[in-house]
Design a protein around this ligand. Structure first.
Ligand code: ATP
Length: 299
């Protein structure tokens, strides 16, 4: 059995509308996921036992036990096909850890695809999708990538009609934000006043026309006030992106990464340079979207 390597992208939410909390503790969401070219790689190799190693930026903060979503994905897949979960999973992190870009979910999706191949399980896409939804709300999107509308907890997906390629600059922070803490802060700030979320027409029109300026104006994130409340410094990051001429700027998911939309690749580079020299963030990354979801790159 040769090792299998799967590459998987980060996501940014072009829209993240958070409805009321449901009886199961999750919030009803309407979101527009967009996969961007910051990637993790997960390699599944034969091993006598299930174990995990991690390299790359932020690797020290990534759990190596069942707290790691990739480990849970491998166990779930093995149980589904009725075999022992024997694999060495090696993760190369390119997605910021705890950055609101769903890196852990991406690794879970990649582990499902890699182990399915390593173990010759041959599960059809729909079954992999069901396992992904069991693992977490953002995992199914990491399987498909592109641009897609998510409803429910975010796990029910419909591809969005989107034209064009968009250029992004991501401002990375020193320290992550906990997603549950950001949702709690969102609930506290809104004091139970949440209306049912709906898809933004302005955003859908912008995506259909492929117009980055319109897309920049339509970006929206209900978690942004909560992320700013917990991390007031992010205001300075958003202001710096705006001053640098970004078409739109937004906190990515639950933060603290901030995403800025550029006109084209050269404009993205200008914004990246301006953000770097402003000193408001730890580092910057340029990326484009949409890109496909988890795909095998080597075997
Ligand atoms: P969310 O998907 O909740 O928005 P996020 O994108 O902000 O999360 P992740 O990089 O997924 O952030 O990490 C959130 C936490 O999940 C980390 O602090 C880490 O302890 C844990 N975690 C579990 N598995 C992984 C993984 N494979 N890579 C990174 N973090 C992981």
């Amino acid at each position: 059995m040769a090792p299998v390597t799967v590459r998987v992208p980060a996501k940014v939410n072009l829209q993240l509308s958070v409805g009321p909390e449901r009886p199961d503790g999750y919030h009803e969401l309407v979101t527009v996921f967009h996969a961007v070219s910051l990637f993790d790689e997960v390699t599944a190799a034969p091993s006598d036992e299930l174990r995990i190693t991690v390299e790359g930026e932020g690797a020290a903060e990534v759990p190596l036990d069942d707290g790691n979503l990739a480990m849970r994905a491998a166990r779930l897949l093995a149980a589904e096909v009725g075999i022992d979960p024997r694999a060495h999973l090696h993760i190369r992190k390119g997605i910021p850890v705890a950055g609101g870009m769903a890196g852990g979910s991406a690794d879970a999706a990649a582990a499902l695809v890699a182990c399915d191949e390593l173990w010759h399980a041959g599960l059809p896409a729909e079954r992999l999708h069901l396992l992904a939804a069991e693992l977490g709300s953002d995992v199914p999107f990491a399987l498909i990538g592109g641009t897609a509308i998510g409803t429910g907890r975010g796990e029910r997906l419909t591809p969005a009609l989107a034209r064009g390629r968009y250029h992004w600059v991501f401002a990375l922070a020193d320290k992550g934000l906990s997603t549950p803490a950001v949702y709690r802060e969102c609930d506290r700030l809104r004091a139970g006043q949440a209306s049912p979320p709906v898809v933004s027409e302005a955003l859908m029109t912008a995506l259909r026309s492929g117009d980055p300026s319109a897309l920049g104006r339509a970006l929206c994130n209900d978690l942004q006030p909560a992320a700013l409340s917990l991390r007031p410094h992010l205001r300075l990051v958003l202001e710096a992106g705006e001053e640098a001429g970004a078409l739109g700027g937004i906190v990515s998911g639950s933060g603290p990464t901030c995403a800025f939309l550029a006109r084209d690749e050269a404009h993205a580079l200008d914004i990246a340079v301006a953000l770097s020299s402003s000193g408001v963030c730890r580092t910057v990354r340029c990326a484009h979207g949409p890109v496909p979801g988890a795909r095998m790159v080597r075997r």
